[in-house]
Write a protein that binds this ligand. Structure first.
Ligand code: 9MR
Length: 866
């Protein structure tokens, strides 16, 4: 604040006003939230819709229109301020107005009859004016409204406000979360063959007896707890218990400890079946530029297309840059909305689409991964039955948008990618996407965004090649153009202060984005430039840097995405180099598995000082992605156990007894911050759709200006800094980059359960024999149906381990796209009956080893090796 001229209105009586008195309040507690606008945000302040307002230079400045009739026609205010009868208060603020005016200062009921406890008229000049008023409240107003009424002027003016304070009254009540039963379990349940542990909050020193009861009340298992002392994440004393020996499938189990009973849960193999598709449906729900179809999502979630250039929307089909950034306009329609807001950010879109594509790519490389449940017709997308796996249809919606964000040839910074596009000003809640009236703007290109396109478009090129060669080519061109542009402009950073109307997503270290992009481009093309970029990166081989204790993969730390690709997708690294990359994965996974074993709530995430980050649940999930990949690579059950314990944490085994996924568990998050799924604000709107992940506890929420966190979470223990309230945008938002690892992990977990392919459940067997022949080899393949159902028509797909090309082929139709090969029947061997086998073969241009057995998929399902 610049204190130019301070006019102290003090307790002076102003003619024609009432209710100010000369009471002398003590310092008293502060009742105003975000009175200094220091964080750059305006919440929870509101203003009348005929005005616009924004925080700049640490003040809230309101554009007051000309020609309104009454003071109350333009108001800036804050609601839900508790006022207690008989208590004395001091209200003060600093304001200035380009056209001097008289503020009608009010503390009153927010609704009729608008009873006032303070009503004064306070002149405010063109220089800073300090207004101070004291009063004694005549009545209780548990949710009063503090209002500065500034309408009624003939001329428009800019009214700026700062340092608002209302001191006095009672200390705000201490918020005590309802944590329900002290016995904490995964409220969805446990896989029959997986670990089964829980946590109980208790001050008991000695072990306690735990009893698992079946739905009919009978005892299913019993044992004693292990005292674990004080858990630092909750600052409460806890014991843990383990009932892993109980493998009988069933629903309605509970655990009782010391007379306290847990939420109910199941033991089932198909536990994660619906979570896989719900977590993925999140992306369709949040598509921009397309109607959300009731036939796919149900009436309550249907909505018109957002941002297709139909009023009141102003885009996204013809979007200008912010002033001074560029003089062209782009069609940047499509893509997914980032989160509760309607912004579209390349760095966040990048990691999200990469993880969706990785969810699919895992089905090509991991022995136990199924592709059928991600395939054509399996998911809720409008592109069903187009011959392309549905998960790739979903990812393409975002890929197309990311490519549109690239600076066109011939323009300055051609080939770079705009960091983001979003509303010029923040909109309020609720707000359906098609009703957003704000101007959409492109923000400057950045190296980070450019490398996000390089990485994801390179991944796109290899995955879409079998389905749409033109699109795959377009992706590869976009990727290589972006890479070249990033080489020319390696340090164009996003502005950390560019956070009005959308998030800043600033990142001052892009070495990890370079590594990720190089890894993807190398995997797709095998080119030496990218190999050199991978091998010469300071991050290459450094597990401590890529997968540190606090958690490695996030929108701002993307090297791990490159490592996981290099470790799992066939590429041209030497065997030694590949072993080195895989060791980085297992080293990271060992660290997260150890954290999971050591912590009383079992989560594979232990940031230093218990400093949970914004979106901590996604950090837990991203560590689970590393663990899941280590399990896919090694088959070591310790990694899978840690993934499963991570799922337990997210679904209820935690200090708040909270399932952070909507629709899953008895105590699920369902009031996440979202402009359409805003049921808490408007009962005619839906709650978030099932499968939506809340960001989760974080200590930064209070300082960030989140009004609910500021009010309720002061002094919270790290893993308890969360509240399921739509206003808590720093702890309870939902975003694409948090649901993307949820989708990856739900898919992994479904595969790990009965829904997936255990070796014993496989229904096909492949014998693959490769014999050297001249400079190449001759390969014969036998695939046998070991199941009880006929497969017709059959299709076998697999990944070649090296750079071989198929030449002469026989007894099947072959198709090769890069390393992906598929074999389909000829007219005479269309059906593969139970117990029957088909034989076919081919010659290859280069010698090569045999693919790993799990790489073979018969109609999307993994086969055993013969
Ligand atoms: O997820 C982002 C988190 O890592 C940052 O710390 C935070 C503050 O910059 O912003 C988060 O992202 C938000 C974005 O800025 C706007 N859309 C909603 C995102 C999730 O809260």
């Amino acid at each position: 604040m610049s204190a130019a001229a301070l006019l102290c209105a003090g307790a002076l009586a102003v003619p024609g006003t009432a209710l100010a008195d000369d009471a002398e309040p003590g310092p008293g507690p502060e009742q105003i939230t975000n009175g200094d606008f220091a964080t750059g945000t305006s919440a929870p302040w509101w203003w009348t819709p005929n005005a616009s307002a924004a925080v700049s230079d640490g003040r809230l400045c309101v554009e007051v229109p000309a020609g309104t009739a009454n003071a109350w026609d333009v108001i800036v205010g804050q609601n839900d301020v508790p006022i207690i009868a008989g208590e004395s208060y001091e209200l003060s603020y600093t304001a200035r107005s380009t056209v001097p005016l008289t503020v009608q200062t009010r503390v009153q009921e927010a609704v009729e009859p608008y009873t006032t406890v303070l009503a004064t008229a306070d002149p405010v000049g063109a220089e800073d004016t300090r207004v101070t008023r004291t009063f004694t409240a005549s009545v209780d107003q548990p949710a009063a409204s503090v209002q500065l009424q500034i309408g009624g002027g003939e001329r428009a003016t800019t009214f700026c406000l700062d340092d608002v304070s209302l001191r006095g009254g009672a200390e705000p009540p201490v918020y005590v979360p309802d944590t329900g039963s002290p016995v904490r379990v995964n409220q969805v349940g446990y896989l029959p063959h997986g670990p089964k542990s829980g946590t109980v909050v208790t001050d008991a020193e000695a072990p306690l007896t735990w009893t698992v009861r079946a739905e009919d009340g009978s005892t299913a298992a019993t044992g004693t707890t292990v005292p674990r002392g004080e858990d630092p994440s909750s600052r409460r004393r806890v014991h843990t218990f383990d009932f892993g020996d109980l493998t009988t499938a069933g629903d309605g189990y509970t655990v009782e400890v010391d007379g306290e009973v847990s939420e109910p849960f199941s033991i089932r193999g198909d536990l994660y079946d619906s979570l896989r598709s719900d977590a993925l449906a999140y992306f369709y729900h949040n598509r921009s530029g397309i109607e959300i179809d009731a036939d796919l999502v149900g009436e309550q979630y249907a909505r018109p297309a957002g941002h297709i250039g139909v009023a009141p929307n102003k885009g996204d089909t013809d979007v200008p840059c912010r002033p001074g950034v560029c003089d062209y306009r782009l069609d940047v329609s499509g893509g997914w909305y980032d989160a509760g807001d309607h912004g579209k950010y390349v760095v966040n879109g990048g990691i999200s689409v990469a993880q969706l594509m990785a969810t699919y790519e895992r089905t090509l490389t991991a022995p136990d991964a199924e592709s059928a449940e991600l395939g054509d017709g399996a998911l809720r997308v409008p592109e069903r039955d187009n011959g392309v796996p549905d998960i790739l249809d979903e990812a393409r919606w975002e890929m197309d948008f990311l490519i549109r964000m690239q600076v066109p040839a011939g323009e300055p910074l051609a080939g770079m990618v705009h960091h983001k596009m979003h509303d010029a000003e923040w909109t309020g809640l609720p707000m359906k996407p098609h009703l957003d009236p704000q101007q959409r703007e492109l923000h400057p290109p950045s190296t980070a965004a450019t490398l996000n396109l390089a990485a994801t478009a390179a991944q796109c090129a290899r995955l879409y090649a079998p389905f749409d060669a033109d699109f795959a080519d377009r992706c590869l061109r976009a990727a290589e153009t972006a890479w070249d542009a990033a080489q020319r402009h390696p340090d164009v950073l996003a502005d950390p202060n560019d956070g009005i109307g959308g998030g800043a997503y600033n990142d001052d270290d892009v070495s990890d984005e370079f590594y990720w992009a190089a890894a993807e481009l190398f995997t797709t093309t095998g080119k030496d430039t990218y190999r050199q970029a991978v091998l010469s990166s300071g991050l290459h081989g450094d597990a401590d840097a890529v997968f540190p204790a606090g958690g490695g993969i996030s929108w701002g730390s993307t090297a791990g995405l490159g490592v996981l690709t290099l470790a799992t997708v066939p590429n041209a690294l030497t065997a030694n180099q590949l072993a080195g990359v895989r060791a980085v994965v297992t080293e990271g996974a060992d660290r997260y598995a150890a954290q999971s074993r050591e912590q009383a709530y079992g989560l594979p995430y232990a940031p230093r000082g218990e400093d949970y980050v914004w979106g901590s649940n996604s950090q837990v999930l991203n560590n689970m992605v590393v663990l899941a990949t280590a399990h896919d690579l090694t088959g070591d059950a310790a990694y899978q156990d840690a993934v499963l314990r991570g799922a337990d944490y997210l679904l209820g085994r935690n200090p708040l007894n909270q399932s952070y996924v909507t629709g899953y568990g008895e105590r699920d998050s369902h009031n996440q911050h979202h402009r359409f799924w805003a049921h808490q604000n408007d009962p005619s709107l839906p709650n978030p759709a099932p499968g939506s992940l809340a960001g989760g506890p974080n200590l930064t929420a209070i300082a960030s200006g989140d009004p609910v966190a500021a009010e309720k979470l002061g002094g919270c223990a790290p893993a308890m800094c969360y509240v399921d309230d739509i206003g808590s945008w720093a702890t309870n938002e939902i975003t694409i980059n948090w649901n993307a690892p949820l989708a990856f992990i739900a898919s992994y977990l479904d595969d790990a359960g009965e829904g997936g392919q255990t070796a014993a459940a496989r229904t096909c067997q492949v014998t693959y024999s490769s014999h050297p022949w001249n400079s190449g080899s001759t390969v014969t393949v036998r695939v046998e149906n070991t199941g009880s159902d006929p497969v017709s028509p059959w299709a076998l797909t697999w990944l070649l381990p090296g750079e071989q090309r198929l030449s002469h082929t026989w007894s099947a139709e072959f198709d090769q796209h890069g390393r992906t090969v598929s074999a389909r029947p000829l007219s005479w061997n269309r059906t593969l009956a139970p117990g029957a086998a088909v034989d076919f073969g081919f010659n290859t241009s280069a010698a090569g080893s045999s693919p790993e057995p799990g790489a073979f998929k018969l109609n999307g399902r993994a086969c055993s090796a013969g």
